[in-house]
Design a protein around this ligand. Structure first.
Ligand code: GMT
Length: 379
């Protein structure tokens, strides 16, 4: 199949999933066209199966806001026509599903019918899309998609609760290439982060308020009062500075390393002992799955789709949002002794294997085939 993938190219769950999906589909012989404003961060290599089409928005002083949707829908029309695409798969409803629908309508005028699959990722539904300024357009573009998927059962339920959606929503979970998480580390790499006697706790995110970064710091503060430990914070975002200030105020800044955005998350995970994800909302928690795939147990909140990923008492523990005491106590249970920690590490990897690429990508392929066949019938 010839598939156009529309996504955000930046660090962040939906862009990573879309990119990994494109790479996995290209490995299976499909022709993949990424259409976005920058080459996706995880897309290192272009090949004869993988193409990248950049959407540029010319800057015109009349506009206070440059019209990205307009540029994207025009680009989609051209890419679909020039490359004879069979299907568009848009990740994150805003504004991708909307621009995709406009492109479909323009193409129909020329007798070209292309089906569109929309994947809902989380904040496009629970945070941003739900805002009254966007809601009518998001509802419209979900209902006008030829097929809709969500990354968890929880997100499907949120979508049906928050929007007047008439389309069937199929749950296709996020996925992971376990082999890429088979990394080993040298003593010297670990030693650059922590002493041998210290446990390494890690958090990876875009450091936005929804991730409850201050909870991460407070949970860690309690852990390090009981056992020697270091906290590694990976990512950039608005909560970074307040978190750094909190570490200074608490007198623990020598135990917390802020690494910024990193291409070496898997390396950091390979020597981590515990992952913290106390988010306010998390439709799936790809970061938790990546940690588990690296054999790192997870202490998380029980929000959204996290209970579908992190298995209570097996790959880690789940607490109510904001339960700092509970999360610290559960972290200490896991880190208590080497034997318990090893058991949780092993379990985390086994639990992650439920989401292996080879089990999930065929679900998308089957959906594409069904959607294309339906579109052909309607011709
Ligand atoms: O985690 C983020 O805030 C980034 C965001 C995104 O859309 O890039 O992540 C969402 O999509 C990920 C991939 O499907 C999910 O794993 C995250 O749970 C989800 N984030 C939220 O729901 C807050």
């Amino acid at each position: 199949m010839k598939i156009g993938i529309v996504c955000y190219p930046t660090f962040g769950g939906s862009g990573v999933v879309a990119t990994e999906l494109g790479i996995a589909l290209a490995d299976k012989g499909h022709e993949i066209h990424f259409i976005t404003y920058k080459q996706p961060v995880k897309l290192e290599l272009l090949s004869h199966h993988i193409h990248f089409h950049e959407v540029s928005v010319p800057n015109y002083p009349l506009f206070q806001y440059q019209p990205y949707e307009l540029a994207l829908s025009s680009k989609l029309v051209n890419v679909v026509k020039e490359n004879h695409l069979d299907l568009l798969h848009v990740h994150y409803a805003i504004p991708h599903a909307y621009a995709g629908y406009m492109a479909k309508k323009m193409l129909e005028e020329e007798g070209i019918r292309i089906p569109m699959v929309t994947t809902l990722h989380g904040t496009d539904i629970t945070l941003v899309g739900n805002h009254p300024f966007y809601k009518p357009a998001v509802t419209f573009s979900i209902n006008k998609s030829d097929a809709v998927t969500s990354v968890s059962q929880s997100l499907k339920e949120d979508t049906l609760r928050l929007f007047d959606v008439k389309k069937e929503i199929e749950v296709v979970p996020n996925f992971i290439d376990i082999e890429k998480h088979n990394l080993t580390y040298s003593d010297c790499q670990r030693a650059s982060m922590a002493a041998e006697s210290e446990r390494i706790i890690t958090h990876v995110s875009n450091l936005r308020p929804v991730k409850r970064i201050m909870d991460v710091i407070e949970i860690f503060e309690k852990i390090q009062q009981k056992i020697p430990a270091k906290l590694i914070m990976v990512g950039e975002g608005p909560e970074k500075e307040p978190a750094e200030r909190l570490c200074i105020a608490k007198g623990i800044s020598d135990k917390v390393l802020f690494l910024g955005n990193s291409d070496e998350v898997n390396k950091v995970l390979s020597f981590s002992d515990l992952f913290l994800l106390p988010s306010e909302k998390e439709s799936f928690g790809l970061a938790a799955l990546e940690a588990m795939a690296s054999g790192v147990p997870v202490v998380s909140s029980n929000s959204g789709g996290l209970p579908e990923v992190n298995e209570e008492g097996v790959s880690g523990y789940l607490n109510e949002i904001g339960d700092i005491e509970g999360m610290a106590a559960n972290a200490l249970k896991i880190l208590a002794d080497d034997q318990t920690l090893s058991k949780f590490k092993l379990n985390a990897r086994t639990a992650a294997s439920r989401f292996e690429t080879k089990n999930v990508v065929p679900l998308y392929e089957a959906l594409y085939e069904k959607t294309i066949a339906l579109a052909l019938q309607l011709k």
